[in-house]
Write a protein that binds this ligand. Structure first.
Ligand code: PGA
Ligand code: ZN
Length: 423
């Protein structure tokens, strides 16, 4: 009978950083299949679901995922055999139940997510609909937050802050927004070249030169937006992912800019810096401006900046409804970054997005720094109509896979496609 799961298989494949990851396939009774590859972070939050690595130093420097693959083949496959793949929520429920741990420590969140996503794909394929239609009824394309300057844990350069993004928010279509992004990206490359800066790229495809200061990176963004012929603030703005948990010194209770000046700042000093930057540059969004456990600082940041700027919790909320609920209750942040592998199933991710929108928090669907050609997140952003996606720069195949999928969806939707400015 049709959508019944007859088997689940998996192999170890490679991600964009040359690390192993899980590639899972769900096979249905009638021969239809669905596949998905799991991403992996570098600036991983300490509250994320458990990514299972083999730890065997003789293979892939300990980073193998053979155990996760084995868990799928030998423990998950028999448990979900015979279930209806179109009901991915029931399958996810089963996965959570048989794992039986809060953080998916038993099978590994990478094993569980691989199956969860492959099941969603198999269900869509069975119904002969694109994945985004299977996940929701959205037809709105997301605004890209494109990370064209990389720093932090994603590049060997002088930038402590991880991501300097451009946000093309005032265009009539996704294709126009991505064209503007690409033109700005090329203008940035020319300008870097002209000033003898490196044009080598970091993990997410953004340039990664040794700028003299953090604000110099912002100046370059501004200049590139202008030289591409766009109006900063009006058409294209700036977003940051500070990823500050990476340089928070817990003992000292301060943030140390160890890749650049070595300077140490308290939460309130950083907030003041953001405030000054927001007055000088068209910054519309700041992610992880403070540490994943600095709830007090986050509250202050929300009070001082939250009415003007989108404050996105990534390591703070880890796509987890419980942590998001704490944020809502304590009036912390106003937006959540959504990463499927932080929580580990499609269904829980959808629940978190719903909780956010019910409480007027925006959701930014996100890739990881370690990615593959899998483009599931593009469908998630459209199906759930979240309005924003963060999926890196406009080069490197694992990043463009998502943008290309969005271009395909926009064309597929034709006159039904829309895009709107959240800023
Ligand atoms: P990560 O980076 O995938 O390395 O965690 C992305 C982010 O911090 O948003
Ligand atoms: Zn982040």
């Amino acid at each position: 009978m049709g959508a019944k799961i007859s088997n689940v298989t998996a192999i170890e494949c490679l991600d964009s950083r040359g690390n192993p990851t899980v590639w899972a396939t769900v096979v249905l009774d009638d021969g239809v299949t669905g596949s998905a590859m799991v991403p992996s972070g570098a600036s991983t939050g300490e509250h994320e679901a458990h990514e299972l690595r083999d730890g065997d130093k003789n293979r892939y420097l300990g980073r193998g995922v053979q155990q996760a693959v084995k868990n799928i083949r030998e423990r998950i496959a028999p448990a979900v055999k015979g279930m209806d793949a179109t009901d991915f929520k029931a399958v996810d429920h089963k996965l959570i139940e048989i794992d039986g741990t809060e953080n998916k420590d038993n099978f590994g969140a990478n094993a569980i997510l691989g199956v969860s996503l492959a099941c969603a794909h198999a269900g869509a394929n069975f119904r002969k609909v694109p994945l985004f239609e299977h996940l929701g009824n959205g037809t709105r394309l997301p605004i890209p937050l494109a990370n064209i300057i990389n720093g932090g844990a994603h590049a060997d350069n002088s930038l402590d802050f991880q991501e300097f993004m451009i946000v093309p928010h005032s265009f009539q279509s996704f294709s126009d927004a991505i064209r503007a992004t690409t033109e700005i990206f090329h203008c940035l490359k020319n300008e870097l070249h002209r000033q003898n800066y490196s044009t080598g790229i970091g993990d997410e495809g953004g340039f990664a030169p040794n700028f003299k200061s953090l604000s110099e990176a912002l100046d370059f963004l501004l200049k590139s937006i202008e030289s591409a012929g766009y109006k900063p603030g009006e058409q294209v703005s700036i977003a940051l992912d500070v990823a500050s948990s990476e340089f928070y010194d817990r003992e000292a209770g301060c943030y140390t800019l160890k890749k650049s000046s070595g300077e140490s700042l308290y939460s309130s000093d950083l907030i003041t810096l953001y405030k000054e930057w927001c007055a000088k540059y068209p910054i519309v969004s700041i992610e992880d401006g403070l540490d994943e456990n600095d709830w007090k600082g986050w509250k202050e940041m929300t009070e001082r900046l939250g009415s003007k700027v989108q404050l996105v919790g990534d390591d703070l909320f880890v796509t987890n409804p419980k942590r998001l609920q704490k944020g809502i209750d304590e009036k912390v942040g106003n937006s959540i970054l959504i990463k499927l592998n932080q929580i580990g199933t499609m269904s829980e991710t959808l629940d978190t997005i719903r909780l956010a929108s019910d409480n007027s928090y925006t959701s930014v669907i996100s890739h990881r720094s370690g990615e593959t050609e899998d483009s599931t997140i593009a469908d998630l952003a459209v199906g759930l109509a979240t309005g924003q996606i963060k999926t890196g720069s406009v080069c490197r195949g694992e990043r463009t896979a998502k943008y290309n999928r969005l271009l395909w969806i926009e064309n597929y939707l034709g006159s039904k496609a829309s895009i709107s400015n959240p800023f």
